[in-house]
Ligand binder design. Structure first.
Ligand code: AMP
Length: 243
C-alpha cells in the first residue's frame, strides 16, 4: 500500500512550500480525512484530540479557501474566527498559522485575556483575515466595539468539550448570534457528551463527520495486567516486578 503524501493532496503551492519547510511529509489521519472535506466547503464535525494534527487539518484548508476567494481587508472585521479555550492553545494555533501562511498574503492575529488589550486592539484595527481567540477576551473586545463578527466566513470551534469544562458555554452562546447565519463551520471535540452534541447540532449544517482514534498512551507491545493487592503489599510487589 502506498502512503499518501501532502504533495498528493490538492493544496496550493504556497502551502506546499510551507509544509516542506516545516518538515511535514505525510498527513496524519485527521488531515487526510478533513482537508478535502473542508476544501469542498462542507461543515465538519471532527472528533479528535490535541496531538492528532488537527490544527493543520483545519488551518491549511482555511488558508487555501481564503486565498482562493480574496476580499479586501477591513479593520476590525476578520474573515475566519478560530475559538479555542486556553491562551496556550490560542498561541499554538496562531504559531502554526503563521508558519503555514508564510508564502501567502494573509493577515492574522491572536487575542486572549490576562494581558493588556492595546496591542490586540491595534492588530484588529489594522485588519486581519484570520483571528484566533479565547472566548472571554473576544466578547470583551466586541463589547468595546474594537471587533466586528458580522462578516466572518469561516468559524472554528476548537476543543468544544474543554470549553464546556472550563465554563465557556455561556460565552459561546453569546458569540453565536454575533456571527452571520450563512458561514462555513468546523467543530472539534475530543469527546461528544450530550451537551456538546446539542451545541454541534445548533452550529453545524449537514456536517461531514471525521473521527480519529485517540493517540495510544502505551506501546502496543507493552503487556498490561491488573493485580489486586492490599496497600502494605504494594511496595513488595512492585519490587518483585522491578527485579
Ligand atoms: P496538533 O494536534 O494540531 O496540536 O499537532 C501536534 C503537533 O504535530 C504539532 O507540533 C504539529 O506541528 C505537528 N504536526 C501536525 N501535523 C503534522 C504532520 N503531518 N507531519 C509532521 N508533524 C505534524
Amino acid at each position: 500500500m502506498t502512503t499518501t503524501k501532502f504533495t498528493d493532496l490538492p493544496l496550493i503551492a504556497p502551502l506546499q512550500f510551507s509544509l516542506k519547510e516545516a518538515g511535514y511529509e505525510t498527513p496524519t489521519p485527521i488531515q487526510l480525512a478533513a482537508i478535502p472535506v473542508i476544501l469542498e466547503g462542507h461543515d465538519l464535525l471532527g472528533i479528535a484530540q490535541t496531538g492528532t494534527g488537527k490544527t493543520a487539518a483545519f488551518s491549511l484548508p482555511i488558508l487555501q479557501n481564503l486565498a482562493k476567494h480574496t476580499r479586501k481587508i477591513e479593520p476590525k472585521s476578520p474573515r475566519a474566527l478560530i475559538l479555542t479555550p486556553t491562551r496556550e492553545l490560542a498561541i499554538q494555533i496562531h504559531e502554526n498559522i503563521e508558519a503555514y501562511s508564510k508564502h501567502l498574503k494573509m493577515h492574522h492575529t491572536v487575542i486572549f485575556g490576562g494581558v493588556g488589550q492595546n496591542p490586540q486592539v491595534k492588530a484588529l484595527q489594522s485588519g486581519v483575515d484570520i483571528l484566533v481567540a479565547t472566548p472571554g477576551r473576544l466578547l470583551d473586545l466586541h463589547n468595546q466595539k474594537f471587533l466586528k463578527l458580522d462578516r466572518v466566513e469561516i468559524f472554528v470551534l476548537d476543543e468544544a468539550d474543554r470549553m464546556l469544562d472550563m465554563g465557556f458555554m455561556q460565552d459561546i452562546k453569546k458569540i453565536l448570534p454575533l456571527l452571520p447565519q450563512k458561514r462555513h463551520n468546523l467543530f472539534f471535540s475530543a469527546t461528544m457528551p450530550h451537551e456538546i452534541q446539542t451545541l454541534a447540532n445548533r452550529i453545524l449544517v449537514n456536517p461531514k463527520k471525521v473521527e480519529v482514534t485517540p493517540v495510544s498512551s502505551t506501546a502496543e507491545k507493552v503487556e498490561q495486567r491488573v493485580m489486586f493487592v492490599e496497600k502494605p503489599q504494594k511496595l513488595d510487589l512492585l519490587q518483585q516486578f522491578a527485579k
